[in-house]
Design a protein around this ligand. Structure first.
Ligand code: NAD
Length: 249
């Protein structure tokens, strides 16, 4: 496939590892200039930047997506340097695996802050730039757990369902400005977010997925690529499941 994102200006939040890293690298391979937001790990982020630079160009954007001043700076630093923004990918997220009884109010607040307030803030600050773009997209990383629930994900499931609400509201509101807004709802993808899974648990999980394997970060990067490219330009307000068929169980 050719460089279908040549020259597109893209910010990916939480791009130092996992799915965000895979999206940043895949998008650079397809020609995009990539803003690599990350929270803490300078070394990991620099490694992503060096791969991105092999294919295109990237910029490190350190900041906590849940903090208003950081979110504003992340967007403005990138958009001012590259004279615009075409695609915002709200990927940063946290999963505190706890049921209601064990969850603290702080767990709930932090989860909602990173997983919902973050995408709200980034979308808000990106809006003036996206309005000027001919290829404007917002892509939010929700989860199939938003539909299925979880016995140990009280705050996480709530946050990912809220993100679907944000996606649908913005799709309606921003469509007339030429901005499409969609979400991806991944199944189980092998990243640090499931770092506490034993090999046995991974096998059991994979056996319950019709294609008989866990997802890889690049599986989600391809879905994001479709939505961000011209091929996805008429898709708006959708929640794209990428889960090997596990949603059918
Ligand atoms: P991950 O834990 O490997 O990566 C998450 C990234 O977000 C990390 O780089 C982390 O530093 C960053 N981050 C966390 N808090 C941040 C903050 N406040 N500001 C900026 N960055 C912050 O997880 P992942 O699996 O790559 O997940 C990426 C997204 O996909 C998340 O939103 C997650 O909820 C979603 N998701 C993942 C799975 C899965 O099975 N891996 C399934 C469904 C949805």
């Amino acid at each position: 496939m050719t460089r279908v994102l040549e020259g597109r200006k893209v910010i990916v939040t939480g791009a130092s590892r996992g799915i965000g890293k895979a999206i940043a690298i895949k998008f650079a391979q397809k020609g995009a200039v990539v803003g690599i937001n990350y929270f803490q790990s300078d070394e990991q982020a620099k490694r992503v930047l060096s791969v991105v630079n092999e294919h295109s160009e990237g910029k490190l954007l350190k900041g906590d997506v849940a903090v208003e001043s950081d979110a504003r700076r992340v967007v403005c630093e990138f958009a001012e340097k590259y004279d615009g923004l075409d695609v915002l990918i709200n990927n940063a997220g946290i999963y505190i695996r706890k049921d209601l009884e064990k969850s603290t109010v702080e767990d709930y607040d932090r989860t909602m802050d990173v997983n919902v307030r973050g995408p709200f803030l980034l979308s808000k600050f990106a809006l003036p730039y996206l309005k000027e773009s001919d290829h404007a997209r917002i892509i939010n990383l929700s989860s199939q757990l938003a539909f299925k629930g979880s016995t140990h994900g009280t705050a996480y499931v709530t946050s990912k369902a809220a993100l679907i609400g944000l996606t649908r509201a913005l799709a309606l509101e921003l469509g007339p400005h030429g901005i499409t807004v969609n979400a991806i709802a991944p199944g189980t993808i092998e990243t640090d977010i499931i770092g506490d899974y034993t090999e046995e648990k991974k096998k059991v999980r994979a056996a319950n997925i019709p294609v008989d394997r866990l997802g890889q970060p690049v599986d989600i990067a391809y879905a994001a690529l479709y939505l961000a490219s011209d091929m996805g330009s008429y898709v708006n307000g959708e929640i794209l499941g990428v889960n090997g068929g596990s949603a059918l169980h």
